[in-house]
Design a protein around this ligand. Structure first.
Ligand SMILES: [Zn+2]
Ligand SMILES: [Zn+2]
Length: 393
């Protein structure tokens, strides 16, 4: 498969924009992407893909076997489907038709890119050897749709040898791409803590165990986990996101509830941080005469890009936007559930610049005014096509 994918993707531009705007007008929250799934399944069937629906509730998988046989590699490309509970504040003619729901992260664009890839790969089927597995995944936004899909068997029959995924990225302008080997998104935990004391009169603290004072000391002591227990060159975050306690100014309440998140890249660092958070919370509570019930739940593992697949994707990106526009080293402490695929199968998840400052298309992801330069759609299709051609050409 050697051909001018940029020209082919460019010729699809109008269709890519139509798909993206259709998804944008009809956003659906995680695991409720019914209309979205119908649109995707219809397009894939029309292109001759073998289509499975209802995987992890609303997920869709399209399989295409190469015309030169299916005894080549199986390459999976993943595109997320869900919108966010955000009320759109843009004034475009493709604004969300569902109040309170908006494609504010760019997943509408990801799906359009996925359908663009589906279209071009179907056109190149005769030259293709191996199997293309397009996975449209529900519930990325904090719902771990990828994990639900893995549990539903999406990595079997056939099992992929390689996984590719991307995210539109308004931190970078259109035409810039970021491809980084190794960890790029963090492992995420959510924690909940109840600090139990003994309530009483606000004027008689000696007859109580004050959970508010204990919680305050726990919060302060937690600041030492990253600053004193993690190596200075390693990355970790411990955040207290909520604290609730008390109803009246003259009452010491019986308990305080807190919650937060923990982010790390390295499994050893993660282990240290989880252990120290527990020791600090329980130990400081005990020192105050209180008791702390701490529950730490893992949301997703770190997203780690395979060096070899990353090399292929970087070459693909360089072929499309030029080497001077491909950067590496962009990492965030955000989390991304594609990590569930990439911890099973070597792969690469990369960032596709999508901002256009001149046109004001640069609001951050999840913002009510998020929008992006739709020129990124054809760039995304081209890069995916170059990478797919490497494996399936
Ligand atoms: Zn998002
Ligand atoms: Zn997203």
């Amino acid at each position: 498969m050697t051909t001018d994918y940029q020209a082919e993707a460019q010729s699809l531009s109008q269709q890519l924009i139509e798909w993206r705007r259709d998804f944008h007008r009809h956003p659906e929250l995680g695991f409720q992407e019914h209309r979205t799934a119908d649109v995707i399944a219809d397009v894939l069937r029309g292109l001759g893909y073998q289509v499975q629906t209802g995987i992890a509730y609303t997920g869709v998988v399209g399989l295409l076997e190469g015309g030169r046989g299916s005894d080549g590699p199986v390459v999976m490309a993943r595109f997320d489907m869900d919108a966010l509970p955000v009320t759109e504040e843009n004034e475009t003619d493709y604004i969300s038709q569902h109040p309170g729901v908006m494609h504010a992260c760019g997943h509408d664009g990801h799906m359009a890119i996925g359908l663009g890839v589906a279209t071009l790969m179907a056109q190149h089927r005769d030259e293709m050897k191996g199997t293309l597995k397009l996975v449209f995944q529900p519930g990325e936004e904090g719902m771990n749709g990828a994990e639900v899909m893995v549990d539903a068997g999406v990595l079997a029959n056939p099992r992929p040898d390689v996984v590719l995924a991307l995210h539109l990225w308004n931190d970078k302008p259109l035409g810039e791409v970021s491809v980084t080997a190794g960890p790029v998104m963090a492992a995420a935990e959510v924690w909940h803590c109840t600090v139990r004391g003994h309530g009483g009169h606000g004027a008689q603290p000696h007859k109580t165990v004050d959970p508010i004072v204990a919680a305050a000391q726990i919060i302060t002591a937690l600041q030492t986990v990253v600053s004193r227990n993690v190596k200075p060159l390693d990355a970790a975050v411990v955040t207290v996101g909520t604290i609730h306690g008390g109803d009246a100014f003259n009452v010491i309440p019986p308990e305080v509830k807190m919650s937060g998140t923990i982010r790390t890249y390295d499994p050893d660092v993660r282990e240290v941080v989880l252990r120290r958070v527990r020791e600090v919370v329980e130990g400081v509570a005990a020192a105050c005469g209180a008791q702390a019930d701490l529950d730490i739940v893992s949301l997703s593992p770190a997203l780690v890009n395979d060096p070899e697949v990353t090399r292929v994707v970087r070459a693909a990106a360089e072929a499309v936007v030029g080497p001077e526009h491909v950067s590496s080293g962009d990492r965030t402490m955000g989390s991304e559930d594609a990590a569930f695929f990439l911890q099973e199968v070597p792969g690469c998840y990369f960032f596709l610049g999508s901002a256009n400052h001149r046109l004001g298309l640069d609001a951050p992801h999840h913002n009510p005014r998020f929008d992006f330069d739709e020129g990124a759609l054809a760039v995304g299709v081209s890069i995916m096509m170059h990478a797919l051609a490497y494996y399936l050409g």
